[in-house]
Design a protein around this ligand. Structure first.
Ligand code: AMP
Ligand code: ZN
Length: 137
């Protein structure tokens, strides 16, 4: 299924031109227009799922298999030193395009990027409280 007003549906299905680095029946992988680093790419499913909540399990499994294959290829061709695999869900998490996509971000020594978070310092009690909420114990 596609959404008529979704830019990533249009890109994934070839209605809007893109710098495509991989394509098969299920996915198109394109270079990000605002790359964090050289080679920053996005895996786009051709069908529309807004986020991790909507995309079926089997599709996510295929996304990760493809990510594995492409990180190997891109590491060899770009000669990068590492990779960040990032996937944002919801505005609060920084998602700006509401069509599921996985960021493949090659990292280079001293590339000046900071795809990190500020660590906090919870007590053991606070961690236990969160553990119980998540596991519903
Ligand atoms: P997110 O914040 O996870 O939703 O990521 C959206 C990403 O899509 C950003 O990194 C943008 O630079 C990128 N982006 C937005 N529009 C386009 C486009 N037309 N072609 C390629 N990348 C895009
Ligand atoms: Zn879409």
């Amino acid at each position: 299924m596609k959404e008529t007003d979704c830019i990533f549906c249009k890109i994934a299905n070839g209605e809007i031109p893109s710098k495509t680095i991989y394509e098969d029946g299920e996915f198109r992988v394109v270079l990000d227009l605002g790359p964090a680093t050289k080679g920053h790419a996005l895996i786009l499913p051709k069908d529309h799922f807004s986020d991790i909540y909507e995309i079926p399990e089997e599709k996510v499994a295929s996304v990760m298999k493809l990510a594995k294959k492409l990180t190997k290829q891109m590491t060899e061709t770009l000669r990068c030193d590492g990779f960040n695999i990032v996937q944002n869900n919801g505005e609060a998490a920084g998602q700006t395009v509401m069509h599921y996509h996985l960021h493949l971000i090659p990292r280079y020594k001293n590339d000046g990027q900071h795809i990190l978070w500020n660590p906090t310092e919870p007590t053991q009690e606070e961690l236990e409280e969160i553990r119980k909420i998540i596991t519903q114990e």
